[in-house]
Design a binder for this molecule. Structure first.
Ligand SMILES: [Zn+2]
Length: 392
């Protein structure tokens, strides 16, 4: 039996809940609660059914000064930022990471080279490959073990249109029963255009038409073929900017001797090297109204608590719609002004992902982890234990 799963990055429930988007062929429609963080944490949870605290995949960089593949960069720490941290140095490190240091072909240098020697990188393997997720078996491992013919289209060098065409060809060849299409372009589109309903509508219609073709081709070879369209998170319109970096810098503490921080678009993660730094940063963050410090209990209920604190001793999360005005996020660099962002608390309605299916799911799908058992069932495998469920 042919089963097709399509993951459209960042297509949030808010953008199609009232739309006709594929509703005649995918009548089973639900919002799904996302995993706090970015795709690097959310997609491994979709593929394994377990939270980041089990997969080990949350943010891409984690604190690991002993194991860091970038330790050698310490010898360049005498260089001023103008030399050590610019577009060219980051490009060189990106290429070295990909070609020499075994960081995988998608490695991006999104942390300042000055601080890289304290960090390791989660996605050394391609998460779509067999054995690609460090802490758990993925659906692709299950399919391989069961000898079920499957195709995974996740290449970041193929456009969404090319992926659709490859899938159509492979469907026509009729040798594969499980298809997983990862379509990545919607993410950047919504970052830039989420506030323009006409453009969003036009884009949705393109996906509607293309996915209709895929489903029709599958039905030609197998009248009982099923298709499910999911996403990993939504996209929240940005309303406010806040210079979090300045707030922390104004304390006059020194990175590396007092603390270490990684700023992403919607969160800051800190490690402390003395109690004074911990207290003063905590106090400053607690005084800000643009976001809040996440408690351990909350990290646990969100499935992102790590007892060794590799992803941060303290996580400060911005409120939905707020953005740090200066961010290392994804090496996009300064001057990138997106209209939308993701990576907020999963309770934010704009953060909800989607689950749209041609067939009724085997149980109430509530959160990303529930996709994994659905994929197993669609592939003809026994239903595994549903993963972590909505916690509130
Ligand atoms: Zn994005």
């Amino acid at each position: 039996m042919i089963a097709i799963y399509v993951l459209i990055d960042a297509l949030g429930w808010q953008y199609l809940k009232d739309k006709k988007f594929l509703d005649d062929i995918l009548p089973h429609r639900l919002p799904m609660r996302t995993v706090l963080g970015f795709s690097s944490g959310a997609i491994p949870t979709i593929l394994t059914g377990v939270p980041p605290s089990v997969t080990g995949h949350w943010n891409l960089f984690y604190f690991d000064p002993k194991g860091s593949p970038f330790r050698w960069l310490k010898y360049f720490s005498f260089l001023p930022d103008a030399v050590l941290d610019n577009r060219y140095s980051r490009k060189i490190i990106k290429e070295l990471g990909r070609r020499v240091l075994g960081m995988g072909s998608l490695f991006e240098c999104s942390v300042s080279p000055r601080y890289l020697p304290w960090f390791n990188y989660v996605e050394k393997k391609n998460i779509y490959d067999h054995g690609g997720i460090s802490g758990a078996k993925s659906i692709f491992d299950d399919l391989q073990a069961a000898g079920i013919a499957h195709k995974i289209y996740s290449y970041h060098h193929l456009t969404d249109a090319e992926i659709i065409n490859h899938a159509l060809e492979d469907l026509a060849n009729n040798k594969t029963s499980f298809f997983f299409l990862y379509l990545s372009e919607m993410d950047m589109f919504l970052h830039m255009n989420c506030k323009d309903p006409a453009k969003v509508e036009e884009r949705l219609q393109w996906y509607d038409g293309q996915l209709r073709r895929v489903y029709a081709e599958a039905k030609k070879h197998d009248p009982s073929a099923s298709m499910t369209v999911i996403s990993d998170h939504g996209m929240t319109p940005i309303e406010n900017h806040f210079d979090l970096v300045k707030q922390v810098n104004d304390l006059g503490l020194k990175q590396l001797s007092d603390y270490l921080v990684v700023y992403d678009s919607t969160m800051a993660r800190f490690w402390f090297f003395n109690e004074n730094a911990r207290e003063r940063i905590q106090e400053r963050l607690a005084s800000l109204s643009c976001g809040r410090i996440l408690s351990d209990d909350e990290l646990k209920s969100l499935g992102i608590y790590f007892s060794d604190r590799r992803f941060g001793e303290l996580v400060f999360l911005l409120n939905p719609g707020w953005l740090t005005s200066e961010s290392d996020f994804n090496g996009s660099g300064k001057g990138w002004m997106p209209k939308g962002m993701h990576g907020y608390h999963p309770e934010d309605p704009y953060s909800d992902a989607i689950f749209l299916s041609s067939s009724a799911p085997p149980f109430a799908v509530l959160a990303l982890a529930d996709v994994y058992p659905c994929m197993r069932k669609a592939a003809g495998l026994p239903l595994a234990e549903p993963g972590v469920r909505r916690t509130s």
